[in-house]
Write a protein of this length. Structure first.
Ligand SMILES: Nc1nc2c(ncn2[C@@H]2O[C@H](COP(=O)(O)OP(=O)(O)OP(=O)(O)O)[C@@H](O)[C@H]2O)c(=O)[nH]1
Length: 298
């Protein structure tokens, strides 16, 4: 009756080794998706450990002095097999969980990203601006925003068509994104308008940053390839910027946007391609562009 025990013992150990080998596949998939760094090395180390275990299983099955002559001799093979099941389940679950988390993250990103410009969308902006305003008020930190509008954008659409207009919007958005600080938040406000949130930033500093952005955009020459426009075309655009910051009389996100919008309106009315600060911030906004020196803003 115990004749079957040697086959059963070896079978359990070898099956365990095979199960361990299949557990490498999910770990390998996780390993491949990770960027170089500590975490990737840790998953690589796990693969190495599994390989060592497999070698151990094979050596045990081949050279074990135990003859598997009575049922108790099967305890170790059963533990080997159980261990392999455990490793396989943990590795498979890790892969499924990682995929779920990545999918959720991608969905979340999609939900807060403007598909054309590849920057934050209006939904995210509204929430983030509200959060930043509340935080700034709670901790008595300064907070400012820019409302940026591309000048005469309609002409670009009318002259070159909407497809070129879209490419201009996308390129300007990416240019702005590259040009702001990491702590600042850029979002599409609507149409050809952008908002930049500048946490912990006084209006005087924001003004200088806005001027810098305005110059960067004005100096930028966008050459569109033939597959976008009928002929290769180089386009220059300018932007007008309204700047507003929190004040004792303006303590919420809606008021900030309204003040920045009024400042932007004045920038447009004054001739465009300039930065104007909200009147509520007590800086003479009628003086625009480079006319306001840094010293005056202290
Ligand atoms: N191609 C493209 N055009 C857009 C998009 N969103 C808004 N627009 C265009 O942006 C233009 C905005 O025009 P206006 O509001 O008159 O402003 P403007 O021509 O920039 O003039 P000012 O703002 O006064 O300097 C309109 O022609 C819209 O159709 C978009 O996603 N893609």
């Amino acid at each position: 009756m115990y004749d079957i025990l040697p086959v059963l013992g070896s079978g359990l150990v070898i099956s365990g080794a095979l199960l361990l080998a299949t557990a490498i596949a999910p770990v390998w998939k996780i390993f491949r998706q990770l960027p170089a760094g500590g975490l990737r090395y840790s998953w690589g180390f796990l693969i190495l450990l599994i390989l060592i275990f497999i070698a151990g299983y094979v050596v045990y099955a081949k050279f074990s002095s135990v003859q598997f002559s009575q049922p108790l001799d099967l305890v170790v093979p059963v533990i080997f097999f159980g261990g392999a099941i455990f490793v396989f389940v943990v590795c498979s679950l890790s892969l499924r969980t990682t995929r779920d988390i990545m999918q959720n993250y991608a969905l979340k990103q999609e939900n807060i990203t403007d598909s054309l410009m590849e920057i934050f969308n209006r939904r995210y902006l509204d929430r983030r601006l509200k959060d930043e305003t509340e935080r700034a008020i709670n901790y008595s930190h300064p907070l400012s925003i820019f409302l940026i509008d591309i000048d005469h954008f309609k002409r670009i659409n009318d002259t070159y068509g909407h497809q070129v207009g879209d490419q201009v919007l996308k390129n300007i958005a990416q240019l702005l994104k590259r040009s702001i600080r990491e702590s600042d938040v850029l979002a599409r406000y609507g149409g050809e308008e952008f908002v930049v949130i500048l946490p912990r930033t006084q209006v005087s500093t924001s003004y200088q940053l806005a001027e810098r952005l305005r110059h960067i955009v004005a100096d930028f020459e966008l050459t569109l390839p033939e597959d976008v426009s009928r002929d290769p075309v180089t386009i220059n655009v300018a932007v007008s910027v309204g700047v507003a910051g929190l004040t004792p009389d303006c303590k919420d996100s809606q008021c900030l946007i309204e003040n920045a919008d009024q400042a932007l309106y004045r920038a447009k009315r004054n001739g465009r391609n300039q930065v104007v600060i909200s009147k509520s911030n007590n800086i003479d906004t009628e003086k625009s562009g480079n006319q306001i020196g840094a010293a005056e803003l202290q």
